[in-house]
Write a protein that binds this ligand. Structure first.
Ligand SMILES: *Cc1c(COP(=O)(O)O)cnc(C)c1O
Length: 376
């Protein structure tokens, strides 16, 4: 059924292409010489909407992307996103045909997985993951014989090689030393390959790598969180000094306003108690939309008419209550800002994530499918 639904009818996200463009320009200014961005569009572009984000980046001349899974790669193609798309995680042999039909590049997770890829019926375009210390995916950097064997496999076109930094957001001397050692291990492998005539494209930096260690180099930089204008935590290390602008604003409607007498309770478990005569606004957004339930009972706040209003009682699946006793003139149909600006006030994703006991990456990537994503 094709029906037109007002995207701002219930709960929605506004995606600022202006701020995304600004962030891309800032991050490009930090790139190692000759390097290009390879934005991470996994988890629905960190909740921002993979199609909207990918197409906007295409308009900015970005033509390389990475995602977590083959499904995400197929979705980007369905959404009309152009360019190279690298699958960072495991793809099951049953789905190898999709790598071909959607022109996706597969990561080689290690030597054993390379053999599985190589035994498939057609040649596949791949990047080799190398483990330099994270102990997640990647062939061990010390196994150069195996790495070389992978490059020599008949059915694999290994056009890239990469590793992943695991403490590039860390400030301690040992974390900095570890990051440099990861860079050295990776470069040692690349150097040996080059000496044998193999010249794959290289990449090792993510957001924090680019902000804090741009000299580690590479042909691509896999920027995720920073490109969305957010850090994982407010006070994270950003030695680059670039200021980034949040791309997403999260909003919902006020659907009702309710007056309580002193002593009355509200919401599940009647967790909220009015200490004095109070006013509650009901919002059409809940944990089913990605608003963490940890923000219940005043742990989190929203903005209405430029004023902060604490979340009252327990967040429900589809709705939540906020105490607007101190907010002037709230009406049904007003807009509540959960992340973003209202008047002179702003709520940052980092802050909301902290109040929910997590990092902004998790908060954003769990934003629900019910939210409309609107390009502004
Ligand atoms: C998610 C991911 C990135 C992007 O990380 P950010 O810190 O969000 O920039 C880069 N590389 C790999 C392998 C990833 O899984």
């Amino acid at each position: 059924m094709t029906v037109e639904i007002c995207p701002k009818g219930r709960a929605w996200m506004e995606i600022s292409v202006e701020n995304l463009t600004y962030n891309v320009e800032q991050l490009r200014s930090l790139l190692p010489a000759g390097a290009k961005l390879m934005p991470a569009l996994k988890a629905n572009a960190y909740g921002h909407g993979a199609g909207i984000t990918g197409r906007a980046l295409n308009e900015m001349g970005v033509d390389s992307f990475c995602v977590a899974s083959v499904e995400e790669g197929v979705e980007l193609r369905d959404e009309g996103v152009k360019g190279d798309i690298l699958i960072l995680g495991y793809t099951s042999p049953e789905n190898f045909r999709l790598l071909k039909s959607c022109e996706l590049t597969q990561s080689i997770l290690d030597y054993d997985y390379a053999k599985i890829l190589n035994s498939w019926r057609e040649p596949l375009n791949c990047h080799l993951a190398v483990d330099t210390g994270m102990k997640r995916i990647g062939e061990d950097w010390e196994n150069f014989d195996r790495i070389l064997e992978i490059f020599r496999m008949d059915n694999l076109d290994v056009s890239g090689i990469f590793t992943h930094l695991c403490v590039s957001d860390g400030k301690t001397p040992s974390e900095r030393e570890f990051t440099y050692s990861q860079g050295e291990k990776f470069n040692a492998v690349v150097k040996k390959l080059n000496a044998l005539g193999y010249e794959p494209k290289t990449h090792l930096l993510g957001s924090y790598g680019l902000l804090n260690y741009p000299k580690l180099g590479g042909d691509f930089v896999r920027t995720g969180i920073a490109m969305y204008g957010v850090l994982s935590r407010s006070n994270d290390m950003n030695l680059s000094g670039v200021q980034l602008k949040p791309v997403m604003e999260l909003k919902s409607k006020v659907t009702a306003v309710k007056k309580l007498e002193a002593g009355e309770g509200a919401g599940y478990g009647l967790d909220y108690r009015a200490e004095k005569p109070s006013v509650l606004a009901i919002l059409s957004i809940g944990y089913g939309d990605g608003l963490p339930r940890e923000l219940s009972n005043g742990a989190g706040e929203v903005l209405i008419n430029g004023t902060k209003a604490p979340i009252a009682g327990r967040i429900c699946m589809d709705q939540c209550l906020v105490d607007v006793s101190d907010v002037e003139a709230v009406h049904c149909g007003d807009t509540a800002v959960i992340i973003g600006k209202s008047g002179n006030m702003e709520i940052r994703a980092e802050k909301l994530a902290e109040q929910a006991g997590t990092i902004s990456n998790e908060l954003l990537s769990r934003m629900g499918t019910r939210l409309h994503r609107i390009r502004v």
